[in-house]
Design a protein around this ligand. Structure first.
Ligand code: FAD
Length: 557
Protein backbone atom coordinates (compact mmCIF):
# COMPACT_ATOMS: atom_id res chain seq x y z
CA UNK A 1 0.00 0.00 0.00
CA UNK A 2 1.26 3.50 -0.82
CA UNK A 3 2.78 5.49 2.02
CA UNK A 4 0.82 8.43 3.40
CA UNK A 5 -2.33 6.97 1.91
CA UNK A 6 -5.75 6.73 3.44
CA UNK A 7 -6.88 10.23 2.64
CA UNK A 8 -6.73 10.12 -1.13
CA UNK A 9 -9.40 10.85 -3.66
CA UNK A 10 -9.48 9.75 -7.26
CA UNK A 11 -10.78 11.84 -10.13
CA UNK A 12 -11.61 9.53 -13.00
CA UNK A 13 -11.63 11.44 -16.30
CA UNK A 14 -13.61 9.85 -19.18
CA UNK A 15 -15.33 12.69 -21.01
CA UNK A 16 -15.28 16.06 -19.20
CA UNK A 17 -11.61 16.58 -20.18
CA UNK A 18 -11.45 20.04 -18.67
CA UNK A 19 -10.73 22.08 -15.58
CA UNK A 20 -13.49 24.68 -15.98
CA UNK A 21 -17.00 23.84 -14.74
CA UNK A 22 -15.99 20.39 -13.58
CA UNK A 23 -17.95 19.64 -10.38
CA UNK A 24 -16.50 16.12 -10.10
CA UNK A 25 -12.95 17.51 -10.09
CA UNK A 26 -13.89 20.19 -7.60
CA UNK A 27 -15.38 17.70 -5.18
CA UNK A 28 -12.44 15.35 -5.63
CA UNK A 29 -10.09 18.19 -4.64
CA UNK A 30 -12.00 19.07 -1.47
CA UNK A 31 -10.70 18.00 1.96
CA UNK A 32 -8.17 15.54 0.69
CA UNK A 33 -4.47 15.16 1.24
CA UNK A 34 -3.82 13.58 -2.14
CA UNK A 35 -5.64 13.75 -5.44
CA UNK A 36 -5.12 11.15 -8.17
CA UNK A 37 -6.35 12.46 -11.55
CA UNK A 38 -6.64 9.38 -13.76
CA UNK A 39 -7.35 8.56 -17.38
CA UNK A 40 -7.51 4.92 -18.44
CA UNK A 41 -6.62 4.01 -21.99
CA UNK A 42 -8.86 1.18 -23.08
CA UNK A 43 -6.88 -0.87 -25.64
CA UNK A 44 -10.10 -1.84 -27.38
CA UNK A 45 -10.70 1.83 -28.13
CA UNK A 46 -7.12 2.87 -28.83
CA UNK A 47 -5.08 -0.01 -30.27
CA UNK A 48 -4.55 -0.08 -34.04
CA UNK A 49 -6.83 -2.41 -35.99
CA UNK A 50 -5.24 -3.20 -39.35
CA UNK A 51 -8.51 -4.76 -40.57
CA UNK A 52 -10.64 -1.67 -40.12
CA UNK A 53 -11.73 0.16 -43.30
CA UNK A 54 -9.86 3.33 -42.29
CA UNK A 55 -6.74 3.98 -40.18
CA UNK A 56 -7.59 3.71 -36.51
CA UNK A 57 -8.67 1.22 -33.88
CA UNK A 58 -11.60 -1.18 -33.96
CA UNK A 59 -13.94 1.52 -32.71
CA UNK A 60 -12.47 4.89 -33.69
CA UNK A 61 -10.87 6.53 -36.69
CA UNK A 62 -7.42 8.01 -36.29
CA UNK A 63 -8.62 11.62 -36.37
CA UNK A 64 -10.64 11.06 -33.19
CA UNK A 65 -7.85 9.13 -31.47
CA UNK A 66 -5.41 11.94 -32.26
CA UNK A 67 -7.91 14.51 -30.98
CA UNK A 68 -8.33 12.57 -27.74
CA UNK A 69 -4.57 12.31 -27.18
CA UNK A 70 -4.19 16.04 -27.79
CA UNK A 71 -7.00 16.68 -25.32
CA UNK A 72 -5.29 14.52 -22.71
CA UNK A 73 -1.95 16.25 -23.25
CA UNK A 74 -3.65 19.61 -22.79
CA UNK A 75 -5.44 18.41 -19.66
CA UNK A 76 -2.13 17.18 -18.24
CA UNK A 77 -0.55 20.55 -18.94
CA UNK A 78 -3.40 22.41 -17.25
CA UNK A 79 -3.32 20.07 -14.25
CA UNK A 80 0.43 20.64 -13.91
CA UNK A 81 -0.17 24.40 -13.76
CA UNK A 82 -2.31 23.68 -10.68
CA UNK A 83 0.31 21.51 -8.97
CA UNK A 84 -1.02 18.18 -10.19
CA UNK A 85 -0.70 15.96 -13.29
CA UNK A 86 -2.61 13.39 -15.29
CA UNK A 87 -1.94 9.74 -14.44
CA UNK A 88 -2.39 7.67 -17.58
CA UNK A 89 -3.00 3.95 -17.16
CA UNK A 90 -3.79 1.21 -19.63
CA UNK A 91 -6.15 -1.76 -19.58
CA UNK A 92 -9.75 -2.81 -19.10
CA UNK A 93 -11.13 0.25 -17.28
CA UNK A 94 -12.89 -1.35 -14.31
CA UNK A 95 -9.98 -3.72 -13.57
CA UNK A 96 -7.44 -0.87 -13.70
CA UNK A 97 -9.64 1.35 -11.57
CA UNK A 98 -10.23 -1.29 -8.88
CA UNK A 99 -6.51 -1.87 -8.64
CA UNK A 100 -5.80 1.86 -8.21
CA UNK A 101 -8.52 2.29 -5.59
CA UNK A 102 -6.97 -0.46 -3.52
CA UNK A 103 -3.33 0.45 -4.09
CA UNK A 104 -3.88 4.09 -3.21
CA UNK A 105 -6.39 3.43 -0.43
CA UNK A 106 -8.82 5.86 -2.01
CA UNK A 107 -11.69 7.09 0.16
CA UNK A 108 -13.49 9.22 -2.43
CA UNK A 109 -14.09 8.46 -6.12
CA UNK A 110 -15.39 11.21 -8.43
CA UNK A 111 -16.39 11.01 -12.08
CA UNK A 112 -18.86 12.75 -14.37
CA UNK A 113 -22.18 10.98 -14.82
CA UNK A 114 -22.54 9.46 -18.28
CA UNK A 115 -25.81 8.43 -19.93
CA UNK A 116 -24.31 6.19 -22.65
CA UNK A 117 -25.18 2.49 -22.28
CA UNK A 118 -21.49 1.55 -22.18
CA UNK A 119 -20.86 3.79 -19.16
CA UNK A 120 -24.19 2.98 -17.54
CA UNK A 121 -23.16 -0.69 -17.38
CA UNK A 122 -19.58 0.09 -16.35
CA UNK A 123 -20.65 2.57 -13.68
CA UNK A 124 -23.00 0.11 -11.99
CA UNK A 125 -20.04 -2.24 -11.63
CA UNK A 126 -17.83 0.55 -10.30
CA UNK A 127 -20.42 1.86 -7.85
CA UNK A 128 -21.11 -1.64 -6.51
CA UNK A 129 -17.41 -2.19 -6.00
CA UNK A 130 -17.00 1.18 -4.27
CA UNK A 131 -19.95 0.57 -2.01
CA UNK A 132 -18.55 -2.78 -0.84
CA UNK A 133 -15.15 -1.16 -0.27
CA UNK A 134 -16.69 1.74 1.65
CA UNK A 135 -15.58 4.36 -0.87
CA UNK A 136 -17.66 7.52 -1.27
CA UNK A 137 -18.76 8.08 -4.89
CA UNK A 138 -19.64 11.46 -6.38
CA UNK A 139 -20.92 11.35 -9.97
CA UNK A 140 -22.60 14.63 -10.97
CA UNK A 141 -24.42 15.43 -14.22
CA UNK A 142 -22.30 18.05 -15.98
CA UNK A 143 -22.03 16.89 -19.59
CA UNK A 144 -25.46 18.26 -20.49
CA UNK A 145 -27.51 21.32 -19.57
CA UNK A 146 -30.17 19.22 -17.84
CA UNK A 147 -30.32 15.89 -16.12
CA UNK A 148 -32.14 13.66 -18.65
CA UNK A 149 -33.62 11.62 -15.77
CA UNK A 150 -35.28 14.77 -14.34
CA UNK A 151 -36.93 15.62 -17.67
CA UNK A 152 -38.16 12.05 -18.09
CA UNK A 153 -39.57 12.09 -14.59
CA UNK A 154 -41.33 15.42 -15.24
CA UNK A 155 -42.88 13.80 -18.31
CA UNK A 156 -44.37 10.91 -16.37
CA UNK A 157 -41.55 8.43 -16.94
CA UNK A 158 -41.17 8.70 -20.71
CA UNK A 159 -38.92 11.02 -22.67
CA UNK A 160 -40.63 13.82 -24.61
CA UNK A 161 -40.49 12.98 -28.31
CA UNK A 162 -40.68 16.45 -29.78
CA UNK A 163 -38.22 19.30 -29.39
CA UNK A 164 -41.04 21.70 -28.48
CA UNK A 165 -42.32 19.52 -25.64
CA UNK A 166 -38.75 19.00 -24.44
CA UNK A 167 -38.08 22.75 -24.32
CA UNK A 168 -41.33 23.35 -22.48
CA UNK A 169 -40.61 20.70 -19.87
CA UNK A 170 -36.98 21.69 -19.45
CA UNK A 171 -37.52 25.41 -18.79
CA UNK A 172 -34.46 27.29 -17.52
CA UNK A 173 -31.59 25.20 -16.16
CA UNK A 174 -31.38 25.48 -12.36
CA UNK A 175 -27.79 26.78 -12.51
CA UNK A 176 -28.49 29.34 -15.28
CA UNK A 177 -28.48 32.48 -13.15
CA UNK A 178 -25.62 31.72 -10.76
CA UNK A 179 -22.07 31.87 -12.10
CA UNK A 180 -20.42 28.51 -12.76
CA UNK A 181 -17.08 27.77 -11.22
CA UNK A 182 -14.73 28.24 -14.15
CA UNK A 183 -11.37 28.48 -12.44
CA UNK A 184 -9.46 26.45 -9.86
CA UNK A 185 -6.42 28.09 -8.27
CA UNK A 186 -4.59 24.94 -7.12
CA UNK A 187 -5.06 21.22 -6.61
CA UNK A 188 -3.82 18.82 -3.90
CA UNK A 189 -0.64 16.94 -4.82
CA UNK A 190 -0.62 13.49 -6.35
CA UNK A 191 0.26 10.85 -3.75
CA UNK A 192 2.63 7.93 -4.08
CA UNK A 193 1.45 5.82 -7.02
CA UNK A 194 2.98 2.62 -5.65
CA UNK A 195 3.08 -0.31 -8.04
CA UNK A 196 0.53 1.03 -10.54
CA UNK A 197 1.98 1.45 -13.98
CA UNK A 198 1.66 5.10 -14.83
CA UNK A 199 2.67 6.63 -18.13
CA UNK A 200 2.76 10.01 -19.81
CA UNK A 201 0.08 10.73 -22.42
CA UNK A 202 1.20 8.54 -25.34
CA UNK A 203 1.73 9.83 -28.85
CA UNK A 204 0.01 8.36 -31.89
CA UNK A 205 3.31 6.67 -32.75
CA UNK A 206 3.68 5.17 -29.27
CA UNK A 207 0.23 3.64 -29.67
CA UNK A 208 1.58 1.80 -32.70
CA UNK A 209 0.20 3.89 -35.55
CA UNK A 210 3.54 4.71 -37.15
CA UNK A 211 3.74 7.46 -39.73
CA UNK A 212 0.38 7.74 -41.37
CA UNK A 213 0.51 9.40 -44.74
CA UNK A 214 -2.26 11.89 -45.14
CA UNK A 215 -2.47 14.70 -47.64
CA UNK A 216 -4.69 16.83 -45.42
CA UNK A 217 -4.94 16.72 -41.65
CA UNK A 218 -8.03 17.52 -39.69
CA UNK A 219 -8.07 21.20 -38.69
CA UNK A 220 -9.27 20.29 -35.20
CA UNK A 221 -6.73 20.34 -32.41
CA UNK A 222 -7.95 18.67 -29.24
CA UNK A 223 -8.01 20.16 -25.76
CA UNK A 224 -9.66 22.57 -23.37
CA UNK A 225 -7.29 25.42 -24.27
CA UNK A 226 -8.20 25.21 -27.95
CA UNK A 227 -11.90 24.83 -27.04
CA UNK A 228 -11.90 28.02 -24.96
CA UNK A 229 -9.99 29.87 -27.68
CA UNK A 230 -12.53 28.82 -30.30
CA UNK A 231 -15.41 29.64 -27.97
CA UNK A 232 -14.02 33.12 -27.44
CA UNK A 233 -13.66 33.67 -31.19
CA UNK A 234 -17.32 32.77 -31.69
CA UNK A 235 -18.64 34.70 -28.70
CA UNK A 236 -16.61 37.84 -29.49
CA UNK A 237 -18.60 38.18 -32.69
CA UNK A 238 -21.77 39.29 -30.91
CA UNK A 239 -23.66 40.19 -34.06
CA UNK A 240 -22.99 36.77 -35.54
CA UNK A 241 -24.12 35.02 -32.35
CA UNK A 242 -27.26 37.16 -32.15
CA UNK A 243 -28.18 36.50 -35.79
CA UNK A 244 -27.29 32.77 -35.84
CA UNK A 245 -30.08 30.90 -37.53
CA UNK A 246 -29.93 27.25 -38.43
CA UNK A 247 -30.68 25.66 -40.91
CA UNK A 248 -29.62 28.86 -42.69
CA UNK A 249 -25.87 28.78 -43.33
CA UNK A 250 -23.70 27.41 -46.07
CA UNK A 251 -22.81 23.70 -45.74
CA UNK A 252 -20.11 24.07 -48.39
CA UNK A 253 -18.17 26.79 -46.51
CA UNK A 254 -14.92 25.13 -45.50
CA UNK A 255 -12.38 27.96 -45.28
CA UNK A 256 -14.58 29.59 -42.68
CA UNK A 257 -17.33 27.17 -41.62
CA UNK A 258 -20.78 28.65 -41.06
CA UNK A 259 -21.22 27.29 -37.53
CA UNK A 260 -19.11 27.31 -34.34
CA UNK A 261 -17.30 23.95 -35.04
CA UNK A 262 -17.34 23.36 -31.30
CA UNK A 263 -18.92 19.88 -31.48
CA UNK A 264 -15.67 17.87 -31.07
CA UNK A 265 -14.92 19.89 -27.91
CA UNK A 266 -18.41 19.33 -26.53
CA UNK A 267 -18.20 15.64 -27.34
CA UNK A 268 -15.11 15.08 -25.18
CA UNK A 269 -16.18 17.71 -22.67
CA UNK A 270 -13.13 19.90 -23.39
CA UNK A 271 -15.81 22.56 -23.39
CA UNK A 272 -18.65 22.60 -20.86
CA UNK A 273 -22.03 22.96 -22.59
CA UNK A 274 -23.22 24.82 -19.50
CA UNK A 275 -20.41 27.36 -19.75
CA UNK A 276 -21.11 27.73 -23.48
CA UNK A 277 -24.79 28.32 -22.62
CA UNK A 278 -23.94 31.00 -20.06
CA UNK A 279 -21.61 32.79 -22.50
CA UNK A 280 -24.41 32.84 -25.07
CA UNK A 281 -26.85 34.25 -22.52
CA UNK A 282 -24.30 37.00 -21.75
CA UNK A 283 -24.21 37.94 -25.43
CA UNK A 284 -28.01 37.94 -25.68
CA UNK A 285 -28.25 40.30 -22.69
CA UNK A 286 -25.99 42.77 -24.48
CA UNK A 287 -27.68 42.93 -27.88
CA UNK A 288 -30.98 44.47 -28.94
CA UNK A 289 -32.32 41.46 -30.76
CA UNK A 290 -31.33 37.83 -31.10
CA UNK A 291 -32.67 34.63 -32.58
CA UNK A 292 -34.40 32.01 -30.42
CA UNK A 293 -34.66 28.20 -30.23
CA UNK A 294 -34.87 26.04 -32.24
CA UNK A 295 -32.74 28.07 -34.71
CA UNK A 296 -30.45 30.03 -32.34
CA UNK A 297 -27.17 28.81 -30.88
CA UNK A 298 -28.83 28.17 -27.52
CA UNK A 299 -31.38 26.28 -29.59
CA UNK A 300 -28.57 24.04 -30.91
CA UNK A 301 -27.48 23.19 -27.38
CA UNK A 302 -31.08 22.34 -26.59
CA UNK A 303 -31.13 19.95 -29.59
CA UNK A 304 -28.16 18.26 -28.00
CA UNK A 305 -29.93 17.88 -24.69
CA UNK A 306 -33.12 16.78 -26.45
CA UNK A 307 -31.34 13.84 -28.11
CA UNK A 308 -29.55 12.96 -24.87
CA UNK A 309 -32.88 12.79 -23.06
CA UNK A 310 -34.67 10.67 -25.66
CA UNK A 311 -31.65 8.38 -26.03
CA UNK A 312 -31.43 7.89 -22.26
CA UNK A 313 -35.11 7.04 -21.93
CA UNK A 314 -35.50 4.79 -24.98
CA UNK A 315 -34.44 1.14 -24.79
CA UNK A 316 -32.53 0.03 -27.91
CA UNK A 317 -32.30 3.62 -29.12
CA UNK A 318 -29.34 2.69 -31.35
CA UNK A 319 -31.16 0.07 -33.39
CA UNK A 320 -34.34 -0.46 -35.36
CA UNK A 321 -35.37 -3.75 -33.79
CA UNK A 322 -36.90 -3.40 -30.37
CA UNK A 323 -36.86 0.39 -30.54
CA UNK A 324 -40.39 1.60 -29.83
CA UNK A 325 -39.89 5.02 -31.40
CA UNK A 326 -38.38 3.68 -34.63
CA UNK A 327 -40.40 2.87 -37.74
CA UNK A 328 -39.72 -0.64 -39.00
CA UNK A 329 -38.53 -0.28 -42.58
CA UNK A 330 -37.27 -3.04 -44.93
CA UNK A 331 -33.88 -1.43 -45.56
CA UNK A 332 -31.41 -3.36 -47.69
CA UNK A 333 -27.99 -4.42 -46.49
CA UNK A 334 -26.25 -4.07 -49.85
CA UNK A 335 -22.60 -3.86 -48.94
CA UNK A 336 -21.44 -2.62 -52.38
CA UNK A 337 -23.76 0.37 -52.16
CA UNK A 338 -22.63 1.06 -48.61
CA UNK A 339 -18.97 0.88 -49.60
CA UNK A 340 -19.48 3.15 -52.64
CA UNK A 341 -21.06 5.73 -50.31
CA UNK A 342 -18.55 5.25 -47.51
CA UNK A 343 -15.52 5.50 -49.81
CA UNK A 344 -16.79 8.57 -51.68
CA UNK A 345 -17.28 6.72 -54.97
CA UNK A 346 -20.95 7.27 -55.78
CA UNK A 347 -20.21 9.44 -58.82
CA UNK A 348 -22.17 12.35 -57.34
CA UNK A 349 -19.45 14.93 -56.60
CA UNK A 350 -21.44 16.67 -53.85
CA UNK A 351 -22.00 13.41 -51.97
CA UNK A 352 -18.43 12.21 -52.55
CA UNK A 353 -16.95 15.55 -51.45
CA UNK A 354 -18.92 15.49 -48.18
CA UNK A 355 -17.81 11.91 -47.50
CA UNK A 356 -14.22 12.90 -48.27
CA UNK A 357 -14.46 15.76 -45.78
CA UNK A 358 -15.66 13.20 -43.24
CA UNK A 359 -12.59 11.02 -43.86
CA UNK A 360 -10.15 13.95 -43.87
CA UNK A 361 -11.55 16.28 -41.25
CA UNK A 362 -13.87 14.10 -39.14
CA UNK A 363 -16.36 16.95 -39.27
CA UNK A 364 -18.91 18.31 -41.78
CA UNK A 365 -21.61 20.97 -41.63
CA UNK A 366 -24.99 19.82 -40.37
CA UNK A 367 -26.69 20.14 -43.79
CA UNK A 368 -23.86 18.28 -45.49
CA UNK A 369 -24.51 15.46 -43.00
CA UNK A 370 -28.19 15.73 -43.91
CA UNK A 371 -27.57 15.24 -47.61
CA UNK A 372 -25.30 12.19 -47.33
CA UNK A 373 -27.46 10.52 -44.66
CA UNK A 374 -30.57 11.05 -46.76
CA UNK A 375 -28.76 9.78 -49.89
CA UNK A 376 -27.66 6.55 -48.18
CA UNK A 377 -31.07 5.76 -46.70
CA UNK A 378 -34.45 7.01 -47.90
CA UNK A 379 -33.17 9.28 -50.68
CA UNK A 380 -31.32 6.99 -53.07
CA UNK A 381 -29.66 3.81 -51.86
CA UNK A 382 -32.16 2.53 -49.27
CA UNK A 383 -29.34 1.14 -47.14
CA UNK A 384 -30.04 0.62 -43.42
CA UNK A 385 -29.44 3.75 -41.32
CA UNK A 386 -27.54 1.65 -38.77
CA UNK A 387 -24.82 1.04 -41.40
CA UNK A 388 -24.42 4.75 -42.08
CA UNK A 389 -24.49 5.47 -38.35
CA UNK A 390 -21.57 3.04 -37.90
CA UNK A 391 -19.50 4.87 -40.52
CA UNK A 392 -20.19 8.25 -38.89
CA UNK A 393 -19.56 6.79 -35.44
CA UNK A 394 -16.12 5.68 -36.51
CA UNK A 395 -15.04 8.69 -38.55
CA UNK A 396 -16.54 11.75 -36.86
CA UNK A 397 -14.36 13.43 -34.27
CA UNK A 398 -17.54 14.67 -32.63
CA UNK A 399 -19.06 11.16 -32.80
CA UNK A 400 -21.61 11.14 -30.01
CA UNK A 401 -23.80 8.14 -29.20
CA UNK A 402 -27.04 10.01 -28.46
CA UNK A 403 -26.71 12.73 -31.10
CA UNK A 404 -25.49 10.52 -33.91
CA UNK A 405 -28.18 7.89 -33.45
CA UNK A 406 -30.82 10.58 -32.97
CA UNK A 407 -29.92 12.32 -36.20
CA UNK A 408 -29.74 9.08 -38.20
CA UNK A 409 -33.19 8.18 -36.92
CA UNK A 410 -34.31 11.63 -38.02
CA UNK A 411 -32.71 11.68 -41.47
CA UNK A 412 -33.88 8.19 -42.39
CA UNK A 413 -37.45 9.20 -41.40
CA UNK A 414 -37.41 6.38 -38.87
CA UNK A 415 -38.31 8.71 -36.01
CA UNK A 416 -38.90 12.39 -35.13
CA UNK A 417 -39.32 13.48 -38.78
CA UNK A 418 -41.67 11.73 -41.16
CA UNK A 419 -41.83 13.70 -44.41
CA UNK A 420 -40.15 11.06 -46.53
CA UNK A 421 -41.19 12.80 -49.74
CA UNK A 422 -38.74 15.60 -48.97
CA UNK A 423 -35.50 14.32 -50.43
CA UNK A 424 -32.23 16.20 -50.84
CA UNK A 425 -31.06 16.23 -54.45
CA UNK A 426 -27.41 15.16 -54.68
CA UNK A 427 -27.10 17.66 -57.54
CA UNK A 428 -29.12 20.81 -56.91
CA UNK A 429 -28.78 21.02 -53.13
CA UNK A 430 -25.05 21.72 -53.07
CA UNK A 431 -25.24 23.84 -56.23
CA UNK A 432 -27.58 26.26 -54.48
CA UNK A 433 -24.82 27.21 -52.03
CA UNK A 434 -21.71 26.78 -54.12
CA UNK A 435 -22.40 27.17 -57.85
CA UNK A 436 -18.68 27.24 -58.67
CA UNK A 437 -18.12 23.93 -56.92
CA UNK A 438 -15.16 25.20 -54.87
CA UNK A 439 -15.99 22.77 -52.07
CA UNK A 440 -16.03 19.84 -54.50
CA UNK A 441 -12.78 20.95 -56.13
CA UNK A 442 -11.09 21.18 -52.74
CA UNK A 443 -12.13 17.77 -51.47
CA UNK A 444 -12.11 15.97 -54.85
CA UNK A 445 -9.05 17.40 -56.63
CA UNK A 446 -9.60 14.98 -59.55
CA UNK A 447 -12.44 17.34 -60.55
CA UNK A 448 -10.48 20.56 -60.04
CA UNK A 449 -10.35 21.41 -63.74
CA UNK A 450 -13.92 20.46 -64.52
CA UNK A 451 -15.81 23.58 -65.68
CA UNK A 452 -18.44 24.77 -63.24
CA UNK A 453 -21.31 23.98 -65.66
CA UNK A 454 -20.52 20.30 -65.20
CA UNK A 455 -19.05 20.12 -61.72
CA UNK A 456 -22.20 18.73 -60.07
CA UNK A 457 -22.98 16.38 -63.00
CA UNK A 458 -19.63 15.64 -64.64
CA UNK A 459 -21.05 12.70 -66.60
CA UNK A 460 -22.93 15.23 -68.75
CA UNK A 461 -19.70 16.92 -69.89
CA UNK A 462 -18.75 16.20 -73.52
CA UNK A 463 -15.74 13.91 -73.88
CA UNK A 464 -13.64 16.82 -75.17
CA UNK A 465 -14.35 18.72 -71.94
CA UNK A 466 -13.55 15.67 -69.80
CA UNK A 467 -10.29 15.18 -71.71
CA UNK A 468 -9.33 18.80 -71.21
CA UNK A 469 -10.17 18.54 -67.51
CA UNK A 470 -7.99 15.42 -67.28
CA UNK A 471 -10.88 13.50 -65.79
CA UNK A 472 -12.66 10.89 -67.88
CA UNK A 473 -15.93 9.97 -66.21
CA UNK A 474 -16.25 6.23 -65.79
CA UNK A 475 -12.47 5.90 -65.69
CA UNK A 476 -10.91 8.55 -63.46
CA UNK A 477 -14.09 9.27 -61.53
CA UNK A 478 -17.19 7.05 -61.26
CA UNK A 479 -20.32 7.61 -63.31
CA UNK A 480 -23.56 7.34 -61.34
CA UNK A 481 -26.36 5.31 -62.82
CA UNK A 482 -23.91 3.03 -64.51
CA UNK A 483 -20.78 2.22 -62.70
CA UNK A 484 -19.31 2.01 -59.33
CA UNK A 485 -15.64 1.61 -58.69
CA UNK A 486 -15.12 -1.70 -56.98
CA UNK A 487 -11.41 -2.48 -57.04
CA UNK A 488 -8.48 -1.49 -59.20
CA UNK A 489 -9.75 -3.31 -62.26
CA UNK A 490 -13.48 -3.73 -62.23
CA UNK A 491 -16.40 -1.40 -62.62
CA UNK A 492 -19.90 -2.70 -62.51
CA UNK A 493 -23.49 -1.70 -62.66
CA UNK A 494 -24.62 -0.59 -59.25
CA UNK A 495 -26.15 2.78 -58.69
CA UNK A 496 -29.34 4.00 -60.27
CA UNK A 497 -29.82 7.63 -61.42
CA UNK A 498 -31.16 9.88 -58.67
CA UNK A 499 -34.60 10.50 -60.18
CA UNK A 500 -35.54 6.86 -60.48
CA UNK A 501 -33.75 5.87 -57.26
CA UNK A 502 -35.57 8.48 -55.18
CA UNK A 503 -38.91 7.56 -56.77
CA UNK A 504 -38.33 3.93 -55.83
CA UNK A 505 -37.33 4.94 -52.29
CA UNK A 506 -40.53 6.97 -51.86
CA UNK A 507 -42.58 3.98 -52.98
CA UNK A 508 -40.84 1.73 -50.46
CA UNK A 509 -41.23 4.27 -47.66
CA UNK A 510 -44.96 4.66 -48.43
CA UNK A 511 -45.45 0.89 -48.24
CA UNK A 512 -43.42 0.63 -45.03
CA UNK A 513 -45.27 3.50 -43.36
CA UNK A 514 -48.61 1.98 -44.30
CA UNK A 515 -47.54 -1.39 -42.81
CA UNK A 516 -46.38 0.33 -39.59
CA UNK A 517 -49.71 2.11 -39.37
CA UNK A 518 -51.73 -1.01 -40.07
CA UNK A 519 -49.89 -3.02 -37.41
CA UNK A 520 -49.70 -0.11 -35.00
CA UNK A 521 -45.89 -0.21 -35.03
CA UNK A 522 -45.77 -3.89 -34.04
CA UNK A 523 -44.01 -5.04 -37.20
CA UNK A 524 -42.21 -8.38 -36.89
CA UNK A 525 -39.14 -9.65 -38.73
CA UNK A 526 -41.48 -11.89 -40.73
CA UNK A 527 -43.72 -8.95 -41.71
CA UNK A 528 -40.65 -7.06 -42.92
CA UNK A 529 -39.44 -10.05 -44.90
CA UNK A 530 -42.83 -10.32 -46.62
CA UNK A 531 -42.82 -6.62 -47.41
CA UNK A 532 -39.30 -6.84 -48.78
CA UNK A 533 -40.37 -9.66 -51.10
CA UNK A 534 -43.44 -7.74 -52.24
CA UNK A 535 -41.37 -4.63 -52.97
CA UNK A 536 -38.90 -6.66 -54.99
CA UNK A 537 -41.68 -8.29 -57.00
CA UNK A 538 -43.37 -4.96 -57.65
CA UNK A 539 -40.10 -3.51 -58.78
CA UNK A 540 -39.56 -6.50 -61.10
CA UNK A 541 -43.09 -5.83 -62.44
CA UNK A 542 -42.19 -2.18 -63.07
CA UNK A 543 -39.03 -3.18 -64.92
CA UNK A 544 -41.00 -5.68 -66.99
CA UNK A 545 -43.65 -3.03 -67.76
CA UNK A 546 -40.99 -0.59 -68.96
CA UNK A 547 -39.40 -3.28 -71.13
CA UNK A 548 -42.75 -4.25 -72.68
CA UNK A 549 -43.58 -0.58 -73.31
CA UNK A 550 -40.23 -0.05 -75.02
CA UNK A 551 -40.70 -3.19 -77.14
CA UNK A 552 -44.15 -2.01 -78.19
CA UNK A 553 -42.80 1.42 -79.10
CA UNK A 554 -40.05 -0.19 -81.19
CA UNK A 555 -42.57 -2.35 -82.98
CA UNK A 556 -44.79 0.68 -83.69
CA UNK A 557 -41.78 2.57 -85.10
P1 FAD B 1 -23.27 24.50 -34.13
O1 FAD B 1 -24.33 24.75 -35.13
O2 FAD B 1 -22.31 25.56 -33.87
O3 FAD B 1 -24.02 24.09 -32.81
C1 FAD B 1 -23.44 24.15 -31.51
C2 FAD B 1 -23.59 22.80 -30.84
O4 FAD B 1 -24.96 22.42 -30.73
C3 FAD B 1 -22.93 21.66 -31.60
O5 FAD B 1 -21.55 21.63 -31.37
C4 FAD B 1 -23.67 20.46 -31.05
O6 FAD B 1 -23.16 20.05 -29.81
C5 FAD B 1 -25.07 21.00 -30.86
N1 FAD B 1 -25.89 20.67 -32.03
C6 FAD B 1 -25.97 21.34 -33.20
N2 FAD B 1 -26.83 20.72 -34.04
C7 FAD B 1 -27.29 19.65 -33.39
C8 FAD B 1 -28.21 18.61 -33.72
N3 FAD B 1 -28.85 18.56 -34.88
N4 FAD B 1 -28.42 17.65 -32.81
C9 FAD B 1 -27.82 17.67 -31.62
N5 FAD B 1 -26.94 18.61 -31.24
C10 FAD B 1 -26.69 19.59 -32.11
N6 FAD B 1 -23.41 16.08 -33.77
C11 FAD B 1 -22.52 15.63 -32.87
O7 FAD B 1 -22.08 16.41 -32.01
N7 FAD B 1 -22.11 14.33 -32.88
C12 FAD B 1 -22.56 13.42 -33.80
O8 FAD B 1 -22.18 12.25 -33.77
C13 FAD B 1 -23.46 13.90 -34.80
N8 FAD B 1 -23.93 13.06 -35.76
C14 FAD B 1 -24.81 13.54 -36.71
C15 FAD B 1 -25.30 12.66 -37.68
C16 FAD B 1 -26.17 13.10 -38.66
C17 FAD B 1 -26.70 12.14 -39.70
C18 FAD B 1 -26.57 14.45 -38.66
C19 FAD B 1 -27.52 14.96 -39.70
C20 FAD B 1 -26.12 15.32 -37.68
C21 FAD B 1 -25.26 14.88 -36.68
N9 FAD B 1 -24.80 15.74 -35.65
C22 FAD B 1 -23.89 15.26 -34.74
C23 FAD B 1 -25.42 17.05 -35.42
C24 FAD B 1 -24.77 18.27 -36.07
O9 FAD B 1 -24.58 18.04 -37.43
C25 FAD B 1 -23.46 18.67 -35.40
O10 FAD B 1 -23.63 18.77 -34.01
C26 FAD B 1 -22.99 20.03 -35.90
O11 FAD B 1 -22.90 20.04 -37.29
C27 FAD B 1 -21.65 20.34 -35.28
O12 FAD B 1 -21.12 21.53 -35.76
P2 FAD B 1 -21.01 22.83 -34.84
O13 FAD B 1 -20.37 22.48 -33.56
O14 FAD B 1 -20.38 23.87 -35.67
O15 FAD B 1 -22.54 23.13 -34.58
Amino acid sequence: MASGSGSGSLMWFRKGLRIHDNPALERAAQSTKFLYPVFIIDPHYMEPDPNAFSPGSTRAGLNRIRFLLQSLADLDLNLRKLGSRLLVLKGEPSQVLFRCLKEWDVKKLCFEYDTEPYYQALDIKVKDHASIAGIEVFSPVSHTLFNPADIIQKNGGRPPLSYQSFVKLAGQPSWASSPLSVTISSLPPVGDVGGCEISEVPTIKELGYGDIEQDEFSPFRGGESEALKRLKESIDNKEWVAAFEKPKGDPSAFLKPATTTLSPYLKFGCLSSRYFYQCLQDVYRNVKRHTSPPVSLVGQLLWRDFFYTVAFGTPNFDQMTGNRICKQIPWNDNNELLVAWRDAKTGYPWIDAVMTQLHKWGWMHHLARHSVACFLTRGDLFVHWEKGRDVFERLLIDSDWAINNGNWLWLSCSSFFYQYNRIYSPISFGKKYDPNGDYIKHFLPILKDMPKEYIYEPWTAPLSVQTKAKCIIGKDYPKPGQFCYCDCFSWFLLLVPHDSASKECRRKMAEAYSLNQKLNGKVSEEDLKKLRRKLEEDSEDTKQEVKTKRMRQKLIC
